[in-house]
Design a protein. Structure first.
Length: 339
């Protein structure tokens, strides 16, 4: 009789990250899993469009048998097969975050039999998720430092509510790092790079310029600025985003903010500056968002990371990872170890 890994989706933080992590680890370990009570505590429980797109694409990548994959479903059964490469086109169908879909797919694609190319349509710059600029310049930086070959193109920006963004990500098979992952020392901050983005209809109001002014007013020259990319872009819906990351001697640390109706452009830039300054003040080698995304890799390969704070997201992700793998995590202050 098949032994299922049972994941209670209401545990801990209880969000969509549990689903993404469970499906990724199921595919990578070859273990069947049942996820129930999916997003049970949310205002709209069950699968939303971005969750559905992610698990369906994951099922394609590993030739999985998938049950319960429909909007608002609170239970999914996922039985993985062999992970294959090739080209995949995924449409979220809304402004759902493509970066969250990528969080589920990239770890699976790393274990494919050949290169995998993922073209995804949806939201590239939306709330409650990493921006594509963060994924490209922070997430992928850390993967490349571990030996991963990954190429990322943002072909079209997508803001809320229409989405319409398009990205292409090419992932080569990966044998894993040469040893346990060690991200505990950041080293000195060398420069700060910025991606300051707004839709073209907002150019007359100088929205991107004002976002940058807001960032600089909070930054106050604390660390030297490097490259500043200020873009006005075509998009289905006008919107704004701001990403900044610190190049450090042995790491990279980032932060993002997103524009919303009624939120002044200056406040968007200020928010990104304050978040990044908080991360850098902690001395962390990995920001809190990257720490969350590194948990499954730690579970697979062991090691340690030092982050700025231990969030509920991180703790929940650790719990899910421990259900699939024999390693156990230990948290000491802001250090996460896995042996």
């Amino acid at each position: 009789m098949t032994k299922w890994i049972e994941i209670d989706g209401s545990y801990g933080e209880g969000g969509g990250q549990m689903l993404r992590t469970a499906v990724s680890l199921a595919a990578m370990t070859g273990k069947d899993c049942r996820i129930f009570n999916i997003r049970a505590g949310r205002r709209n429980p069950g699968l939303a469009a971005q969750h559905l797109a992610g698990i369906k694409a994951a099922a394609q990548l590993c030739h999985a048998k998938l049950e319960g994959a429909r909007i608002e479903s609170q239970e999914v059964r996922f039985q993985p097969g062999e992970i294959g490469g090739g080209s995949y086109h995924i449409s979220v169908g809304t402004a759902g975050a493509v970066t969250l879909v990528l969080q589920a797919l990239v770890p699976i694609a790393l274990q494919a039999s050949e290169d995998a190319t993922l073209e995804i349509e949806g939201g590239t710059d939306v709330a409650w998720s990493p921006l594509m600029d963060y994924f490209t310049h922070v997430h992928c930086y850390h993967l490349k430092e571990l030996g991963v070959e990954i190429e990322v193109e943002t072909l079209q920006r997508g803001f809320y509510p229409q989405g319409g963004g398009r990205v292409r990500v090419k992932v080569q098979p990966w044998a894993g790092p040469p040893g346990p992952i060690q991200l505990t020392e950041r080293g000195p901050v060398e420069a700060i790079d910025i991606w300051d983005v707004a839709g073209k209809p907002l150019q007359k109001a100088r929205v991107a310029e004002r976002q940058l002014e807001g960032f600089k007013s909070a930054w106050r020259g604390k660390y030297p600025l490097g490259q500043v990319h200020q873009l006005y872009v075509d998009s289905a819906s006008p919107g704004t985003s701001f990403h900044a990351h610190a190049h450090c001697e042995r790491s990279r640390v980032g932060a993002c903010a997103i524009g919303q109706r009624g939120k002044r452009a200056e406040a968007v830039g200020r928010e990104a500056a304050e978040l990044l300054l908080e991360e850098l003040a902690s001395g962390a080698a990995v920001d809190r968002w990257m720490a969350d995304q590194m948990v499954p890799y730690l579970g697979l390969y062991g090691g340690a990371i030092r982050t700025s704070c231990i969030t509920k997201h991180i703790c929940t992700n650790i719990w899910v990872t421990e259900q699939f793998l024999p390693r156990r995590f230990n948290i000491e202050g802001i250090m996460i170890r896995c042996e």
